[in-house]
Design a protein around this ligand. Structure first.
Ligand code: T5A
Ligand code: NA
Length: 223
């Protein structure tokens, strides 16, 4: 049986360089004649994505559970096409995925409290359970100082230091859980130069992009 494409997710805090690195990896794959495409979540072009976009730009207010479910629905809109693409032998590079959904929602706190979670971690995980699972997740770990020095920081809803710190804590928990479940989660120091990060990512991905023999796993299969 021919090999399927690899599903590679790039995750991280805001301004960690995900989109920059996703585009660089795509170019490198194309240069190497590997069939690959880039997708991104949220996909702001669909009807659900337009609601998400308005929320992120603070043009609309939504209940915290409602927006969480919309982010997840935005991924389910594309789930079958992700599987079909991988089966056709094409590799997918995905700029943010369900891990962002979990990290940003489960790190929300009740107004006036700095610690008491608004949404339960497992409640946040449930809507994404069963989505295609990545073969590799690269977590771009950026310090607050480096992120703030980059263009555009602070323009959208979640781009605040206290928010990003809590989001990072949840990402660390998610990474441990992915690894405990047998998945690959690589932490990349995203304070480094664009070129240095590019090389680390290529090292982690280069064998996988030759094609994958194993079936597509389901995300959060323990649920
Ligand atoms: N969200 C998302 C949820 O709450 N739930 C979900 O389910 C999902 C999927 C929008 C928000 O939605 C939340 C998380 C987010 O708060 P988005 O559309 O991905 O998510 O956000 P964007 O604004 O597109 O992207 P980010 O702000 O996260 O930025 P990136 O992609 O990490 O960074 P990038 O590559 O655009 O680079 C930012 C700047 O830094 C420079 C770049 O040139 C650019 O100017 N840069 C570097 N500078 C120095 N050194 C490096 N190594 C650099 N790499 C990049
Ligand atoms: Na981005």
């Amino acid at each position: 049986m021919p090999k399927r494409g690899a599903f590679i997710v790039i995750e991280g805090l805001d301004r960690s360089g995900k989109s920059t690195q996703a585009a660089a990896l795509l170019r490198r794959l194309q240069d190497a004649q590997v069939s690959a495409k880039l997708i991104k979540f949220p996909d702001r072009t669909t009807p659900i994505g337009k609601m998400i976009d308005a929320y992120l730009r603070s043009e609309s207010e939504l209940d915290d559970r409602a927006i969480h479910l919309l982010f997840s629905a935005n991924r389910w809109e594309l789930a079958s096409s992700i599987e079909a693409t991988l089966r056709s032998g094409e590799t997918i590079i995905c700029d943010r995925y369900a891990f962002s959904g979990l990290a940003f929602s489960a790190s929300k706190v009740r107004p006036g409290s700095q610690s008491y979670p608004l949404l339960d971690y497992d409640w946040c995980r449930t809507p994404d359970a069963g989505l295609p699972a990545p073969d590799l997740t690269l977590f771009l770990d950026v310090s607050t100082d480096a992120a703030k020095a980059r263009g555009g920081y602070g323009e959208e809803r979640y781009e605040r230091e206290d928010v990003q710190r809590r989001v990072r804590d949840v990402f660390v928990r998610i990474g441990d859980q992915v690894e405990a479940g047998g998945g690959r989660w690589e932490v990349v120091d995203a304070d480094e130069s664009e070129e240095a990060v590019r090389d680390v990512i290529w090292d982690a991905a280069k064998d996988l992009v030759k094609g994958v023999d194993a079936p597509i796993e389901k995300l959060w299969d323990d649920k």
